[in-house]
Design a protein around this ligand. Structure first.
Ligand SMILES: [Zn+2]
Ligand SMILES: [Zn+2]
Length: 124
């Protein structure tokens, strides 16, 4: 694919500079929210890590398609309005203290125990 030549003028420089500064502000703000983790209680209630938690700026946009997946641990069917779907049901995520969206430790702490999560541990 060959792209068309990009026009550079005072307007494009102004726009591009504004856009880049906007993204720096967005990233800085997101990093501050992740580090402060002021909504930790609410975040843990829905079992998401700081990076996946949407109020901290996670732009979890997926393709526009209703999607379903079986929970990685209990096989319960999870549905979502887009393709950025959770991989664990809330119950399994909470039981294993995992982020329901990405499957990392919900506190992003490495585990000392080498015990594997149990498939179907909740006997659903
Ligand atoms: Zn499950
Ligand atoms: Zn996560």
């Amino acid at each position: 694919m060959k792209r068309d030549r990009i026009k550079i003028d005072l307007v494009s420089i102004e726009r591009n500079t504004r856009n880049q500064k906007y993204w720096i502000e967005e990233m800085t703000s997101r990093m501050r929210m992740i580090n402060e983790d002021k909504e930790k209680k609410q975040r843990l209630e829905i079992s998401e890590c700081v990076l996946c938690y949407q109020p901290y700026g996670s732009g979890r946009q997926g393709g526009a398609a209703c999607t379903s997946i079986n929970c990685a641990l209990c096989d319960e069917v999870i549905t979502c309005g887009n393709t950025s779907i959770d991989i664990l049901c809330l119950e399994c995520a909470k039981h294993e203290k995992l982020c329901k969206h990405c499957g990392a430790d919900v506190e992003l702490k490495y585990r000392k125990s080498r015990k594997q999560p149990e498939f179907n541990s909740l006997n659903k």
